[in-house]
Design a protein around this ligand. Structure first.
Ligand code: CTP
Length: 402
């Protein structure tokens, strides 16, 4: 049920806009208040009269309307909602969002909003697959924008492929999931490690790995969206810092350990960083030069294990410590062994063999290993993994004591 929840629905100009009428009905049936914003192009597909009648509210659309602005300024419009839903989200509106353009009311509202945003893309399959659209979607996902669909099938343009807007009931379910999570971790503190570490060899060289930080950053974004005060300790990545998350940027494993310990006490710690297991024993103060005597030997020493260290803290061990296991063989068995060795509560095991595309990719297949057994999750995006993990964490921790 969505009783009393306020949804700001932005309808952009695509043929799928007709499904938004049904979406409004379904949301109203569930007790939600729906305030509609239509782009100029949306008027070509559905009439403002139908939208206004179904919403029992007026349609907003003009950034420069004196009446609209005096009744309800666009800033207030963007803030007086529990969730902003863009359905359909055309390729054009997605590009506008990614670029942060505020030339019309929809763009201005999206830019001024401090609420979560859920998009339901709808477009031609080629437009969907275009690298420009995919890059824009990646930008939005990294900022914590949630997405439902699109589905594959017959498209209005006569082609077949991915690009059909999710069905209204699927969008309703996604909305219920988004709103259900909000506040579930209010009053909780979370620590997340993410990205690779960089272990210097000399002033210009280092040892590192291919971790992109996508999974760790998505987890931090999800925990923050659930209301947890979230500290993200991350090695160097290209990922933007998710909204509402406090970033502590580090380079080496030792710095990551120090920053993680400094973040304690927390209720939950999720160690998603790909920490370098070793570092060079002695970092050369000057750049190593070829001296004609062959390659230098680089003796390595083991780095501290951050997950194991946090799991074994005596007085301030987090109530829940979650580790990852990046494995290339015997994934679950190795993860079970790793859970016991490191003393954490849960291990999310994933297969990172070459060919799975996990490292640096957008999808992950997870096996959650805890003291009771193994839960196999279907293949999903790293953002879906983050959402599901946040749900599991919220259930495990329960509501915070007041
Ligand atoms: N981890 C950590 N500190 C380290 C190494 C790993 O906190 N120095 C954490 C990772 O963030 C991850 C988990 O430990 O949550 C497992 O990482 P993984 O690389 O799979 O394990 P390893 O410790 O390297 O074990 P193995 O050598 O058996 O692969």
């Amino acid at each position: 049920m969505l009783d009393g929840r306020r949804i700001l629905l932005i309808i952009s100009g695509g043929i799928a806009a007709y499904k938004s009428l049904d979406l409004i009905r379904r949301l109203r049936e569930r007790g939600a208040a729906v305030r509609p914003v239509m782009t100029a192009a949306a008027h070509q597909f559905v009439t403002p009269l139908s939208v206004a009648s179904l919403c029992e509210d007026k349609v907003y659309g003009d950034l420069f309307s004196l009446t609209d602005e005096s009744e309800m300024g666009h800033i207030r419009l963007s803030r007086e909602a529990d969730l902003v839903v863009v359905a359909p989200a055309t390729a054009d509106l997605i590009a506008q969002m990614a670029a942060g353009l505020a030339g019309d009311l929809a763009g201005a509202v999206l830019l001024a909003s401090d609420k979560r945003v859920l998009i339901a893309p709808a477009m031609n399959a080629m437009m969907w697959a275009h690298p420009a659209t995919q890059a824009n979607l990646a930008t939005l996902a990294a900022r914590g924008v949630l997405r439902v669909g699109p589905n594959a099938g017959d498209l209005a343009c006569g082609e077949v492929g991915a690009g059909r807007m999710a069905e209204p009931l699927e969008i309703v379910e996604a909305i219920e999931r988004c709103l259900g999570g909000a506040g579930r971790l209010a009053g909780r503190r979370a620590l997340v490690t993410s990205g690779p570490t960089r272990e210097p060899i000399d002033p210009v060289r280092y040892l590192s790995n291919h971790s992109s930080g996508k999974q760790g950053h998505a987890i931090a974004a999800a925990l923050a969206a659930f209301g947890a005060e979230t500290i993200l300790v991350s090695g160097p990545t290209h990922e933007p810092t998710p909204a509402g998350v406090k970033l502590v940027a580090v380079e080496t494993a030792s710095e990551m350990l120090a920053a993680s310990e400094a973040a304690l006490p927390v209720d939950v710690a999720v160690m998603a960083a790909a920490v370098s297991d070793w570092r060079v024993a002695t970092v050369a103060p000057q750049k190593l030069k070829k001296d004609g005597k062959g390659a230098p030997a680089l003796p390595l020493v083991e780095n501290p294990d951050i997950l194991a260290t946090i799991s074994r803290r005596r007085n301030d061990r987090p109530a829940l410590v979650v580790g990852f296991a990046a494995e290339t063989a015997n994934v679950v068995a190795n993860a079970q062994d790793k859970r016991l060795r490191k003393g954490c509560d849960w291990i999310l095991a994933n297969d990172v063999s070459p060919g799975t595309g996990t490292f640096g990719g957008d999808r992950n297949t997870i096996h959650l290993v805890d003291g009771a057994g193994v839960e196999d999750w279907p293949a999903m995006t790293k953002h879906e993994v983050a959402q599901r993990l946040a749900e599991r964490i919220a259930t495990a921790l329960g509501p915070a004591a007041r």
